[in-house]
Ligand binder design. Structure first.
Ligand SMILES: Cc1ncc(C[n+]2csc(CCOP(=O)(O)OP(=O)(O)O)c2C)c(N)n1
Length: 355
């Protein structure tokens, strides 16, 4: 059975919950859609789980009733906020996390560790964990109310909520842009049999690289969301020529890495290509709501050499990628969605040393 999502969200609102602070997980897609559709509770899309947790703490400490929803892989990002703010100051609000499982051959390597260790992680934070009921809305709401007043984290399992479509007014229109696959194919043509290291980020970028860049030297980072620029920085500092293929949600998650990378501009060969599809494609297409952010200016002021214009054209992209000067570069490309492509298999993903 699954909880009827609209009724569940209405009950949250009846219980005066005011804000949903989120980094998306596909398990929570329908609750997120319903909250975006619903005018009586505020959706707060967050750059990282650390941001979600601190924002919720600020809301709670100011008399509001926030709820945080994150993926198990992101509960670790909240560790500092939980152990050094929520626990010592005694601040409580419902934190709900999905529990991503792991099955050899069928799951992403990023979920392997916490698939068995999530309860231990929660315990080490000094919290209890409560598996959220999938049959009774009242029992689920009671568990959430318990999490609101005690150190308890609610765990959401797959299939807990009925399907909710996003209202048309919230849907994105990317039809003016070309698909990411076209840019990736052009990279494959340009860099085939070259030793440039391509790092693909968590989300659909790495998956699509596997399908559309079969001839380049690829590392698929299915996890460590937000860490791709810094991973690339380390490799570039060790002498490699690196191109990171990122996404708009991954780029902002640990944006502080820009300040570190910027320091090394003149000594490294590293390009970050931000493939901006304005959404979290791999967790269900939730809008990142980041149109207020000028990625190019942020990169520029962190000392990266930027392409001043957002790229929307394949020839333009191809010309830019012909620029071989050794530097720390940033390119922002707008792209439309490709159809789902398969995950790269674990034996190809699991690489300990770059080529
Ligand atoms: C720390 C962490 N939080 C959340 C997730 C869940 N997650 C996986 S991919 C993704 C969104 C990626 O979006 P983007 O970077 O824009 O790339 P796209 O899939 O749109 O290409 C999220 C939220 C995760 N894997 N790790």
């Amino acid at each position: 059975m699954a909880l009827e999502t609209k009724k569940f969200v209405d009950k949250l609102i009846n219980n005066n919950y005011s804000h949903l602070c989120v980094v998306p997980c596909s398990f929570a897609k329908d609750v997120i859609n319903e909250v975006i559709n619903n005018k009586n509770i505020e959706y707060v899309p967050c750059a990282s789980e650390a941001v979600a947790c601190s924002t919720a703490a600020g809301l709670k400490m100011s008399g509001k009733k926030p709820i945080v929803i994150v993926q198990s892989s992101g509960l670790t990002n909240m560790g500092s906020c939980i152990t050094s703010l929520l626990k010592p100051y005694g601040v409580t609000f419902p934190i709900l996390t999905s529990w991503r499982t792991y099955k050899d051959g069928d799951s992403e390597i990023q979920h392997q560790h916490l698939a068995t260790k999530l309860p231990e992680l929660i315990k080490s934070y000094g919290y209890k964990h409560t598996i959220m009921d999938q049959d009774s809305i009242d029992d689920a709401i009671n568990a959430i109310n318990e999490c609101d007043k005690s150190f308890s984290i609610g765990v959401i399992q797959k299939g807990s909520f009925t399907k909710v479509e996003l209202g048309n007014e919230h849907k994105l229109d990317l039809s003016n842009y070309i698909k990411r696959s076209e840019y990736l194919i052009s990279l494959n043509d340009k860099f085939k049999n070259d030793n440039t290291l391509f790092i693909g980020t968590t989300g659909n970028t790495a998956r699509e690289m596997y399908s559309f860049m079969p001839d380049t030297n690829n590392f698929y980072m299915a996890g460590n969301m937000g860490g791709a620029l810094s991973l690339g920085l380390g490799a570039a500092m060790a002498g490699k020529k690196v191109i990171v293929c990122g996404g708009d949600a991954e780029f902002v998650m640990h944006m502080g890495g820009l300040t570190t990378a910027g320091r090394y501009k003149d000594t490294i060969d590293l390009t970050y290509i931000l493939f901006d599809n304005e959404q979290n494609k791999s967790t269900g297409g939730q809008n990142t709501y980041q149109n207020h952010v000028d990625y190019i200016q942020i990169a520029k002021s962190s000392n990266l050499e930027v392409q001043e214009k957002v790229i929307k054209d394949l020839d333009e992209f191809s010309n830019i990628m012909d620029n071989n000067t050794k530097s720390l570069k940033f390119i922002c490309v707008k792209c439309d969605l490709d159809d789902e492509t398969p995950r790269p298999p674990i034996d190809i993903v699991k690489v300990k040393e770059f080529k």
